[in-house]
Design a protein around this ligand. Structure first.
Ligand code: AMP
Ligand code: ZN
Length: 476
């Protein structure tokens, strides 16, 4: 399996540091608002990566953090006149709901920055004592001159850039042109209100970047096991995020961690490209964003949104349009209808073409995803497969062949996550379906039509076949 490593700018063969085990850190959301579908594109990519690693037999330990203290969360909790904790918790809860509806798997650990302040303080103190960081009037800064590899991950030629006006930058977010010593710790300022923690170098709060360095080391290595032991740090396998995190966030994470432990932070760095609207990055600050709830309120199905977000290569920009979401809706319906129809197979003969079609489709699916998660060709091979099976005639498949096809579809869905789980029908809907079956039997077609309309309102379509009434969920 090959993955594109932002560090080397090459596709590299993936080999985790411990055989069979993958340690992965994913920068999670800053909970100061609902996430938008741009953020969700990155989270869906990270979910597909995780699922495919598991499909390949790796045991994955993934950490996804919450940046629940930073410039933005403090600013907006004050605007909302509620405590930082209460404010961020609301959006953390909403984030989990969005992930559930997009079928994003739960990861192993969800640390919150505010629950890891002692670890951050220990790390900063160590950097200070080592002389890689220094105290200034408004905070503790990382001295980028003291870290020879500064700029290597983000591929910045420091010589060609002017340093930030003061040579120091306090804000969490800044552009490459303003590369400068960055804040590890910000001394308390009245604008921070009651957000502050004690530290031997002065009361204050952490900078954004140091949060991820501490949480990653804590949950994926033994660095903070019973004390603070930089020598127990172990390089992790994969660190992920959206491309906008490459600089300054990931570059600064590398500087802090490697400046402390003198070992590589992560073997592979993977970044997802942006979701655009009208060819501009979808972002909260530009105000050109859709949340998942905006989209669902228009009647789209969550699985169609998931399909759209995963359907193109993660390193390509994707322009969001409702036309593409309509096309994704059709695609998801096709996958789901195909699997549903397999239940109706009642042929008597086994066909050798079925097993060979599965074998070919599986090989094509895997070789595409092994090539840096080349999703469009993986999906194309699945459509080709469904066409082949449809040509053989699903009804004419033997029950055994249909089971093989069903098993294969469930296998690929362990990666894609686009087949709707067969939830129990609610009692009301089950009653309507039974009532309609009855109306048909007694040839009360007017009532059967009424019930069809009623069921449609519940997202259920009914079709009359030679073998009786069949129902399915509709995605549009
Ligand atoms: P944030 O909550 O701003 O820290 O962002 C959470 C994740 O979403 C990060 O991995 C970002 O890089 C990613 N992200 C932000 N905007 C977009 C976008 N328009 N398209 C894809 N990913 C994005
Ligand atoms: Zn991070």
């Amino acid at each position: 399996m090959k993955l594109f490593n932002s560090l080397s700018l090459k596709k590299e063969e993936f080999a985790p540091l411990n055989e069979g085990r993958v340690r992965m850190y994913t920068c999670g959301p800053t909970p100061y608002n609902f996430v938008h579908i741009g953020n969700l594109r990155t989270f869906v990519f990270e979910d597909v990566l995780r699922r495919y690693l598991k499909y390949k037999g790796f045991k994955v330990t993934q950490v996804k953090n919450f940046t629940d203290v930073d410039d933005k969360t403090i600013r907006d909790s004050q605007k909302a006149k509620i405590s930082l904790k209460e404010f961020t918790q609301k959006y953390i809860d909403e984030f989990f709901k969005d992930c559930d509806s997009l079928n994003i798997e739960k990861v192993e650990v969800y640390p919150k920055a505010t629950e890891h302040i002692p670890e951050m303080v220990a790390l900063i103190d160590y950097l200070l004592k080592k002389g890689v960081a220094y105290k200034s009037q408004d905070g503790v800064y990382f001295s980028i001159d003291k870290f020879k590899d500064y700029g290597r991950l983000a591929h910045i030629d420091l010589a060609g850039l002017k340093a930030g006006a003061s040579g120091r930058i306090l804000k969490d977010e800044y552009e490459k042109e303003n590369v400068a010593d960055f804040a590890l710790w910000k001394f308390w300022d009245k604008a921070d209100g009651d957000v502050k923690w004690p530290a031997q170098f002065g009361e204050g709060r952490p900078g954004w970047h140091v949060e991820c360095s501490a949480m990653s080391a804590k949950h994926l290595t033994k660095m903070f096991e019973r004390g603070f032991h930089p020598d127990k740090f172990e390089t992790i396998d994969i660190h992920t995020g959206g491309i906008d995190l490459l600089f300054p966030h990931h570059q600064d994470e590398v500087a802090q961690t490697e400046g402390c432990v003198e070992k590589p932070f992560s073997k592979y760095w993977l970044h997802a490209e942006h979701l655009l609207v009208d060819n501009k990055k979808m972002s909260k600050s530009l105000g050109n964003f859709y949340t998942l709830r905006d989209i669902l309120a228009k009647g789209y199905a969550p699985l169609a949104v998931r399909y759209l977000l995963l359907s193109s290569h993660y390193r390509q920009k994707m322009n969001f349009t409702f036309e593409s979401l309509d096309a994704a809706t059709v695609a998801v319906q096709r996958f789901n209808d195909f699997v549903l129809k397999l239940k109706e197979a009642h042929g008597s003969e086994e066909k050798k073409e079925v097993a060979s079609a599965i074998e070919r489709a599986k090989a094509a699916f895997e070789s595409s995803l092994d090539d840096d998660l080349e999703m469009s060709s993986a999906l194309a091979s699945l459509f080709e497969f469904m066409n082949e099976i449809n040509k053989l005639g699903i009804h004419q498949l033997s029950k055994k062949d249909a089971k093989l096809v069903d098993k294969f579809m469930k296998e690929i869905d362990s990666v894609l996550g686009i087949l709707s789980v067969e939830e129990e029908l609610s009692a009301d809907v089950a009653k309507l379906i039974a009532e309609r079956e009855n109306a048909r039997k007694i040839k009360n077609f007017a009532r059967a039509d009424e019930l069809r309309d009623e069921l449609k309102k519940h997202g259920i379509a009914v079709e009359d076949t030679a073998h009786g009434q069949r129902w399915k969920r509709i995605f549009s």
